[in-house]
Structure formats: C-alpha cells, structure tokens
Design a protein around this ligand. Structure first.
Ligand SMILES: [Cu+2]
Length: 158
C-alpha cells in the first residue's frame, strides 16, 4: 500500500507530465544559498509546493564537491516530515519514466550532484503540517564520511 500511495502522490511524477519547457523554466527559479561547512557547496535548494491536504512532496538539493575525493550522500532529513528518501528516476525500455529509492547518491570528486524534477530528487514523506510558498524548510544531509550539512530549501510553485 505504501509504494502505491507515494507513486500516486509523487510530486515529481506529476511534474514529469508537464512539457519539458516547463521543467526548464522551473530550473532557474528560487536559488537559495545555505550555510555550508568546509568543502561541500550548495548549488541550489528547492521544495515543490503541493496542494492543501497533500503530505508528500519532492525536494531538490544540488551539491558540488570541490574535494579530490568522491562524496556519498547517505540520507536527508527534515524535522517537518516523517522521513525523506533519496530517489532516482529512469526510463524503462518502453520509454516510461519510473523512480526508485536508492541508499546512496555519489558526488564525484570535483563534481556535482544535480537534483531536479525530472531526475534525482528527495521524496519528502508525511509532512507534519502544510508548507507555504516561500517558506524555508531545514534539511540535514548526512554523508558516508560522517559529515553532516544543514541546508534550507525554499518552497516554490512551478
Ligand atoms: Cu519521487
């Protein structure tokens, strides 16, 4: 039952049904710089607004790793939701887009992890209250080397 619910409510999948141009327009919006401890750079952060009553959404937190070693993002958490999952999207042989949860997302040395509505994203499950456009949601990102990074992501409407 749970997978069916989150597929039905997945804001990313809803968004994927929109024309590509809409997705690209959304890419440029609502860039937020956040507090960054050594090395890991926050490229952009966003949370997709959802209609009242919907409690699951997607967040996009793009990161740059200026370091010489690869980084692995293991988890993301916001206290405003029950839990958050790392998700990747892919097309199957028939051209249908699906997504699946992954346990880690790699950020190559001197590379970037880009998240967006048509690709890698965070599923934010079970929001504890409605969130407003423009509101900043705090996230804590955990990396496999033990580091954590606090960022805030602004709720936006595409
Ligand atoms: Cu999703």
């Amino acid at each position: 039952m749970f997978p069916r619910i989150f597929l039905a409510l997945c804001a990313s999948l809803l968004f994927l049904a929109l024309p590509v141009a809409a997705g690209h327009a959304a890419h440029g919006s609502a860039r937020t710089l956040a507090t960054v401890p050594a090395e890991i750079k926050v490229v952009s952060t966003r949370v997709l607004a959802v209609p009242p009553g919907i409690r699951d959404t997607s967040a996009f937190i793009s990161l740059r790793n200026p370091g010489a070693r690869p980084l692995v993002l293991k988890a993301a958490h916001t206290p405003l939701a029950a839990h958050s999952m790392l998700m990747v999207t892919h097309k199957d042989a028939a051209g249908r887009t699906g997504m699946k949860e992954v346990k880690r997302l790699n950020i190559p040395a001197r590379g970037t992890l880009l998240m967006g509505p048509s690709g890698t994203h965070l599923m934010v499950m079970g929001l504890k209250r409605a969130v407003k456009v423009g509101e900043k949601l705090p996230f804590t990102l955990s990396f496999s080397d033990g580091r954590t990074l606090k960022v805030s992501a602004t709720v936006y409407k595409p």
